[in-house]
Design a protein around this ligand. Structure first.
Ligand code: CAP
Ligand code: MG
Length: 440
């Protein structure tokens, strides 16, 4: 504690150490966070952790003239230190029921900018059942989605028309039609395609509906799409209305850039319309890529399951974007399981109670030759998106989708792609172009 000798008496300047107690045992209802932290030069670990706990709960930088007696009970406590990791417990009363915006402002707010910290990363938080009660979670769950799509025993498949932006609404729908006809379940908008002058959302919905109906009729299969409604909330509502009106069962939102508040609003709005939510995570690498600072994708995915998206991107490990196999496995478990056990320094225990499951989505730089690698990581409960990797097939989109479905069959039957390719022409052609190439 720092002190300053003022007029006649010594007053403590700060009270950060009050927020550290290694004998503290978290209560059942405490929300417990796991942080990685590096103190700045001249600051001890205890001083640094005290600052994290203080600034993320009730504290300020200096001692105060008045303190209501209740304050002590609302303070967070840094209670467990292990190397550069610390666990901090927060009393439940600190948190507003059902408000994922407020939670982030506390445990992922000002603390990232404190001068006393060189680095700080929020890895995970255990959300107690009393806190979960404020949220509805996913409307459908994985079972509900499978029922809706009538697809069992294999991953659900989808593709983004590529180039990612530039097609007219009509051209976009035509690429979508080829994708569906090749055996895929979904066509997905790209994250930066919403409603541009050359491809208006309303036009796209209308063209896509026509060709979806045609593809469904011709294949006898359920076909769907993740059409990107991302915008201000009022516009998103109008776009969701239009999707429901045209018989769609999904809406897509760029959840990180749209923000927790709008995802919370749209979760309920979409549920009322019978729409599942596909969550794209564009922007996540801005805060999760630096392993020492920011927030993990793991915690972002946890918040999104809590709010209630139906599925969220969780990486490929072998594709074009960063992310490891271990991360993808942990993320998949987080979304698909009811109970999670702690993995030291990575994630905390979590019991999801009655909150439903959500699908992981693997996307980015995939092609048929990488399908077995991805399925070895995720298993069958996955939304698999292969985009450039179908449209770049030597015989075009439909053949590319077929090749991907053949690669899935090979994985299911436990045979190599090369073996399967002997009797699967499209897969053979895909392998001739890409082999097992891992893009960078
Ligand atoms: C994939 C994708 C996705 C990324 C996002 C793209 O296309 O549509 O946005 O997968 O990454 O534009 O890159 P390709 P993540 O299959 O053609 O690469 O899922 O890691 O958030
Ligand atoms: Mg994209």
């Amino acid at each position: 504690m720092h002190a300053f000798v003022g007029i006649g008496k010594t007053m403590a300047i700060d009270w950060y150490k009050e927020f550290v107690d290694t004998n503290y045992e978290p209560a059942k209802d405490d929300l417990v966070c796991l942080y990685y932290f590096e103190p700045a030069a001249g600051i001890t670990k205890e001083e640094a952790a005290g600052r994290i706990a203080s600034e993320s709960s009730t504290g300020t930088w200096t001692t105060l003239f008045t303190m209501p007696p209740r304050m002590k009970k609302l303070e967070a406590t840094a209670f467990e230190f292990d190397k550069n990791f610390v666990k901090i417990a927060y009393p439940l009363q600190l948190w507003e029921e059902g408000n994922a915006v407020q939670l982030m402002s506390g445990i992922a707010g000002n603390i990232f900018g404190m001068k006393a910290l060189k680095n700080l990363r929020l890895l995970d938080a255990t959300l107690p059942s009393a806190y979960l009660r404020g949220f509805k979670g996913p409307h459908f769950g994985m079972d509900g989605i499978r029922k809706m799509m009538k697809v069992y025993g294999r991953p659900l498949t989808g593709a983004v028309p590529k180039p990612k932006i530039g097609f007219s609404a009509k051209e976009h729908a035509e690429v979508g039609y080829e994708t569906w006809m090749g055996g895929f379940d979904f066509v997905k908008d790209d994250e930066n395609l919403t409603s541009t002058s050359f491809n208006r959302f309303d036009d796209r919905v209308k063209y896509m509906t026509k060709l979806r109906d045609k593809a469904e009729k011709e294949t006898g299969e359920k076909k769907s799409a993740f059409l990107n409604i991302s915008a201000d909330v009022e516009t998103m509502k109008k776009r969701a209305d239009l999707l429901a009106e045209y018989g769609w069962n999904y809406a897509m939102i760029d959840v990180v850039v749209a923000g927790n508040a709008s995802v919370m609003t749209m979760r309920d709005y979409c549920s009322d319309l019978g729409l599942a939510i596909h969550a794209h995570r564009a922007f996540h690498s801005a805060f999760d890529r630096n392993r020492k600072h920011g927030m993990t994708m793991y915690f972002l995915a946890k918040i999104m399951r809590l709010i209630g998206v139906s599925q969220i991107h969780t990486g490929t490990a072998v594709g074009k974007l960063t992310g490891t196999k271990t991360e993808s496995i942990l993320l998949a478990d987080l979304l698909r399981k009811k109970k999670i056990t702690e993995v030291p320094h990575q994630c905390l225990a979590q019991d999801w109670g009655s909150i439903k499951t959500a699908f992981p989505v693997s996307s980015g730089g995939l092609h048929p030759g990488l399908v077995p690698d991805v399925l070895d990581i995720y298993g069958k409960d996955l939304i698999l998106l292969v985009s450039g990797g179908i449209h770049g097939h030597p015989k075009g989109t439909r053949a590319g989708a077929r090749a991907t479905m053949q690669a899935i069959e090979a994985w299911q039957d436990g045979v190599t792609l090369e073996e399967k390719a002997k009797k699967a022409t499209e897969l053979k052609e895909a392998l001739a172009k890409w082999g097992h190439y891992k893009p960078k």
